[in-house]
Design a protein around this ligand. Structure first.
Ligand code: ATP
Ligand code: TZE
Ligand code: MG
Length: 274
């Protein structure tokens, strides 16, 4: 029964990736300075169309036209926060899916409160590392070593369920296993390689990929999120076969994501229901 369920996920992940390639959803990204390049290139290599527009002066015109919005607080500053809130409000008003990456949310009270305020604007998906999801679920500063996690993803499954229940969002925790939950169901995506942690902003990039997958399947956010995490992980695994270290993995990961075919996705995606 379990093996049967897993066999269904490969075709599902492939269907999501194919739809992104065919529909090329427009993804507005309000993201941190570190991640902008990798995020835009990840979206392009998956077939989506990234746009890094963040001015509150253009959000009222632009956000209603996008297929999904991605907000990432990685290099948060006072003047960017109102722009993020405005974009989230407009996305919600126009029924566009939007996805939050709460980078280092436990690092300061300002950042934590910013993320809690954004969560009150009803994101479709929240994706963080284990320390970020634990900090959000506890609404407490601490738990984190800056932007990197000091916990394993398995430590954050209960926190993820609790955050999903309190926020109404699908919550994903990345790590050796990427867990995705709607507060009730929990699935684990078991692709990827540890070296992905040694490239800055791979987490930010996969959250953008989640936004693209949710854009083409907004009514099944849990399935779209798990598919995006697994597909990104498969690209990392194939990239690692050619890489000599983090810098070349970054290049080969993007190439591999671009080149993924049906047979590879179906045979390599490892998603299990727990
Ligand atoms: N030990 C691991 N084994 C396999 N894949 C991993 C491992 N750790 C992380 N990954 C993968 O690396 C990617 C980034 O996850 P990570 O948890 O490092 O995000 P993050 O801490 O938010 O990163 P960043 O803030 O740099 O963007 C995800 O696709 C995840 O599945
Ligand atoms: C290193 C870093 N600092 C703020 S955002 C960011 C990118 C990874 O989250
Ligand atoms: Mg992160």
């Amino acid at each position: 029964m379990e093996a049967e369920k897993q066999r269904e996920w490969g075709p599902k992940a492939w269907a999501h990736l194919s739809s992104v390639r065919n529909q090329s959803p427009l993804i507005q990204c309000i993201t941190n300075f570190v991640s902008m390049d990798l995020t835009a290139n990840t979206l392009l290599s998956a077939g989506a169309s990234p746009a890094m527009l963040h001015s509150p002066n253009e959000t009222p015109d632009f956000t209603p036209q996008v297929h999904a919005l991605y907000i990432n607080v990685g290099t948060l500053s006072d003047n960017w926060l109102p722009a993020m809130k405005l974009a989230a409000e407009i996305a919600s008003k126009f029924k566009k899916p939007w996805v939050l990456d709460p980078v280092a949310t436990g690092a300061s009270g300002f950042r934590l409160q910013a993320c809690l305020d954004l969560i009150s604007l009803k994101p479709t998906v929240i994706r963080g590392n284990a320390s970020e999801i634990i900090a959000l679920a506890n609404a407490s500063v601490g738990f984190t070593k800056g932007v990197d996690s000091s916990h394993d993803s398995t430590d954050a499954v209960e926190a993820a369920k609790s955050l999903a229940n309190s926020s109404g969002a699908v919550v994903a925790v990345s790590g050796a296993v990427d867990f995705v939950t709607d507060g009730n169901r929990v699935v684990g995506a078991r692709n990827g390689v540890p070296m992905m942690q040694k490239i800055t902003a791979t987490g930010c990039a996969v959250t953008a990929l989640i936004a693209a997958f949710v854009a083409i399947d907004p009514l099944q956010a849990l399935e779209a999120t798990a598919s995006a995490l697994a597909v990104f992980g498969v690209a990392g695994e194939i990239g690692m076969e050619m890489a000599r270290g983090p810098a070349s993995l970054r290049m080969h990961l993007i190439d591999s994501l671009h080149g993924l075919d049906q047979t590879t996705v179906i045979s390599r995606v490892k998603i299990t229901t727990s």
